[in-house]
Write a protein that binds this ligand. Structure first.
Ligand code: BG6
Length: 478
């Protein structure tokens, strides 16, 4: 529908940018903070690129005022950040660590003072190690109470100040990488445990959303899902079915439960057949169906193109975490699908497919299937950036990436999608969990590297100025 007249972005559209505690804060042992599973995992040899960790990250804990001043100057309407559970409850539960809570009070007050709407993520992967040790973290239903208690503490503390809340960030990613690929903590490779963990995470998510509504919290809450829309490589019905299977097992499996409280039928039957299906106890179904998110958060980076994968075909392959183009291994589920290169799109140096149109497609699928407002909670390009002698960063590739995605959102809005806001990933450069500091995403360059001996100075990239203008014009020329 190329000829279509484009709608304008809504007047109150939330132009934003995002981060996560472990990736920016540093100060890992300060002011009474407890140890998280990531604090421990990064110390296992071979787990992260050049053994990088977030001990110091980009020192946002001490430099948040400087970072917020840059946001203000850019005109940001919202800033999405996550709270480190271990700062609030060093051991996951018990007494509140007041110093930890104070940090987020200060951060939130500073944002409000600068007319930036805080968007708070409750969980962006840094589970208290104490809960992992005590009962296996997400593998035990005990986490539901602990997570709800932690969330309730934040609801009470920031009631009326924070209006946008993200419950779980990318449950599909932290469970798949944690329990299927052993690439995230706790480093397990076991599909049955992976689906069991997901069921418990769904219950925890539903409980917290219900709690938010029971407390009549002013504002909105929803989960953020890492959505990779699936395509078929061609019109061979075998491949089309493979793409349907991928969409059911890799996308609907999460989104249907968030939105409807129901597992997709074909995927559930497949898991039952494999002996991997989670146990659904009495009351679970009612709980899942009772929770109604106010929006669906979407983290969009790419699409996946699929073809049929025979029973003796490829299994899970390794990701490219080195930034050497073309080094990701083939990956798929035998008997179902495998991911193949899409001949119509380009790829980043980390082999992520660049497909702005896929965002429009994804937004339309969500709109038709769930009729729910969407908050784009992440979208961005991880690339090498070069600091010139004059401390400039000419990241025209990032401007191209982001402007094409902003345009795709505008098209989706014209198609009828309700989009509340757009948070780029990320605001400053930060630690990429497995890829170190060389894979940069920010509008603001941070002088930090894998040896952690950078000056931590902040420099505005060309994309910073580009986004400033987009916000000023409310996307009118996008
Ligand atoms: C999302 C996460 O998966 O993608 C972020 O929510 C993450 O925390 C981002 O950093 C980009 O991924 P990566 O692997 O390039 O850092």
């Amino acid at each position: 529908m190329e000829h279509k007249k484009l709608a304008s972005f809504p007047k109150d559209f939330l132009w934003g940018s995002a981060s996560a505690a472990y990736q920016v804060e540093g100060a890992w042992q300060e002011d009474g903070k407890g140890v998280s599973v990531w604090d421990e995992f990064v110390r296992i040899p071979g787990k992260t690129f050049k053994a990088t960790n977030g001990d110091m990250a980009v020192d946002h804990y001490h430099r948040y005022k400087e970072d917020i001043a840059l946001m203000k100057e850019q005109g940001l309407k919202t800033y999405r950040f996550s709270v480190a559970w271990t700062r609030i409850f060093p051991n996951g539960r018990g007494e509140v660590n007041q110093k930890g809570l104070e940090f987020y009070h200060d951060l939130i007050d500073e944002l409000i003072k600068n007319d930036i709407e805080p968007m708070l993520t409750l969980y962006h992967w840094d589970l208290p190690q104490a809960l992992q040790d005590e009962y296996g973290g997400w593998e035990s239903r005990k986490i539901i109470d602990d997570f709800t208690n932690y969330a309730t503490t934040l609801f009470e503390a920031f009631r009326g100040k924070v209006h946008y809340w993200v419950s779980l960030n990318e449950q599909n990613v932290f469970t798949s990488l944690g329990y299927m690929l052993a690439a995230h903590p706790p480093g397990v490779q076991d599909p049955k445990r992976m689906y069991a963990v997901n069921h418990i995470a769904f219950l925890a998510n539903a409980t917290v959303i219900n709690k938010f509504h029971e407390m009549n919290m002013p504002g909105k809450i929803g989960p953020s899902f890492a959505y990779t829309p699936n395509y078929s490589i061609d019109s061979n019905p075998k491949n089309v079915l493979a793409a349907e299977d991928a969409e059911d097992l890799m996308a609907n499996y999460w989104m249907d439960v968030y939105m409807w409280g129901k597992y997709p039928i074909a995927a559930r039957n497949y898991l039952l057949e494999q002996g991997w299906a989670p146990e659904i106890e009495e009351g679970d179904q009612e709980l899942l169906e009772s929770a109604k998110p106010d929006f669906l958060g979407i983290n969009y980076y790419q699409t996946a193109t699929n073809m049929f994968n025979p029973l003796d075909g490829v299994g899970m392959g390794k990701m490219n975490t080195t930034g050497k183009k073309g080094t990701s291994e083939e990956s798929g589920i035998p008997g179902m699908y495998k991911k193949v290169d899409n001949p119509f799109v380009n790829r980043t140096n980390w082999d992520w497919e660049i497909d702005p149109e896929g965002l429009r497609i994804g937004l339309r699928r969500i709109t038709s299937r769930y009729r729910i407002p969407v908050m784009i909670t992440e979208n961005g390009l991880g690339e090498y950036d070069k600091l010139t002698e004059n401390n400039e960063i000419h990241d025209e590739y990032r401007i191209e990436y982001l402007s094409n995605h902003v345009h795709a959102i505008r098209e989706a809005i014209s198609d009828g999608a309700t989009v509340l806001g757009y948070c780029t990933w990320s605001y400053t450069d930060l630690l990429s969990w497995l890829n170190g500091y060389q894979k940069r995403y920010g509008f603001v360059y941070v002088d930090q590297d894998e040896n952690q001996d950078g000056s931590l100075a902040r420099y505005k990239k060309d994309s910073y100025y580009w986004y400033q203008k987009v916000i000023q014009e409310n996307g009118e020329n996008s």
